[in-house]
Design a protein around this ligand. Structure first.
Ligand code: A3P
Ligand code: MG
Length: 366
């Protein structure tokens, strides 16, 4: 019988003032190459192509291009926080070893995990599983795929839908390498996308009284100079989030967008200070004929049946719960927090599993 005092995820209980959230600051970046290998640089930073070029009248993009020849997606088993841990090791010289916490953080995770928690009060279908370890007074949170996600093999059609999202990002952006080679900005249009590459920023912020550090995959950057020159600091408001969505043909579709999609877009962007989403409105065949910039503020202004303060208060309540419940440092104890919309929370201590804070990481610290 579990005796944990879990927080409420009922929106009515969470409709309090918006908690304190410090404007997120970028403290570094990392890339994953086409083989999903960690690279400690900005090589995969995607530069947004000029707006007049992508928003132009009469432009259309076929997102199917290259699908048949697409690169195999590499699934790394047990990736957990590994790439963030590699980034921490690469930046260890910036870490004050006299302080107990890793980079002074109460919590260390990916932005996607915070987003998942934030959206729970309005989530009706999918649950989540978090693996949690506390070491050096820092709580590390890693997402574990739920059995439903793990057992789901995407159909060819679902593979295609996923490819459309990546292809849209690819069409809207160019990398430093291509820009330096003086390639035409649209040189990548005809080529298949490699879905394995990523650029992540490392952020620090404060939620309530908790100092948080999190990695996040970022889409398009508005300053081309920052790609070639690593000494130029990256600014959150110069990133845009790229999304595809079904072109709206009737009011029901607009309601769905405002009720279900905007809450996810808002949470994802808000956590990293992204101010704009560039949406490619696609038809059922994957052709985009209209590209539109929607501000993140507009997403929350036109919210239908969700509230940002409810989302953020839930995140704060979950962090408060973890801080209170997980008190001792351990390199062997892994907590497993599970939440499903119909069943709520369960928490247990994992038995006989491999902790996700590996020896190659912790042995590098005193
Ligand atoms: P769209 O969201 O435009 O469909 P992100 O927007 O988070 O940067 O993700 C980029 C793309 O990755 C998505 O584009 C989608 O194609 C794919 N993707 C991300 N999360 C997914 C999920 N849970 N299921 C299916 N595809 C996903
Ligand atoms: Mg995107």
């Amino acid at each position: 019988m579990s005796s944990y005092d879990f927080p409420s995820y009922n929106p009515r209980d969470l409709d309090r003032d918006f908690p304190y959230f410090a404007y997120p600051k970028i403290v570094g970046g990392l890339s994953l190459d086409g083989n999903r290998e960690f690279v400690h640089n900005r090589s995969q930073l995607q530069i947004l192509r000029p707006e007049n070029e992508i928003l132009g009248e009469g432009k259309s993009f076929n997102l199917n291009i290259g699908f048949e020849n697409k690169f195999d997606r590499i699934t790394v088993q047990g990736e957990y926080l590994n790439n963030m841990l590699r980034w921490i090791l690469a930046n260890r010289h910036r870490y004050d070893e006299t302080k107990s916490q890793i980079f002074g953080a109460d919590f260390l995770t990916f932005r996607g995990t915070f987003r998942l928690i934030m959206n729970s009060p309005y989530e009706r279908n999918e649950g989540w599983i978090l693996r949690i370890q506390k070491w050096k007074d820092t709580i590390f949170i890693a997402e574990e795929k739920t059995p439903e996600k793990l057992n789901k093999v995407p159909t060819q059609q679902e593979e295609r839908f996923m490819y459309w999202g990546y292809k849209f990002e690819d069409l809207m952006t160019t990398t430093a390498k291509k820009a330096c080679q003086n390639a035409a900005p649209a040189a990548n249009e005809d080529e298949p996308v490699n879905e394995n590459t990523e650029f992540n920023c490392m952020f620090v912020s404060k939620i309530g009284n908790f100092r948080v550090q999190y990695g996040a995959e970022m889409d398009g950057y508005m300053d081309p100079n920052a790609a070639a020159d690593e000494s130029i600091p990256l600014q959150p408001d110069k990133f845009v989030e790229l999304k595809t969505s079904n072109a709206i043909r009737h009011p029901g579709q607009e309601r769905t967008l405002r009720k279900f999609k905007f809450v996810k877009w808002w949470a994802q962007c808000f956590l990293v200070g992204t101010e704009n989403v560039i949406v490619g409105w696609k038809d059922k065949d994957g052709v985009v004929r209209n590209v539109q910039k929607i501000s993140v503020k507009e997403c929350s202004r036109s919210a239908l049946e969700w509230k940002g303060n409810v989302c953020f208060n839930f995140l704060l309540d979950v962090l408060t719960f973890l801080k209170k419940t997980i008190v001792e440092d351990s390199l062997t104890k892994v907590y497993r927090l599970t939440w499903y919309p119909d069943r709520g929370f369960t928490m247990e201590i994992e038995a006989c599993t491999e902790p996700f804070l590996h020896e190659w990481f912790y042995s590098q610290f005193k």
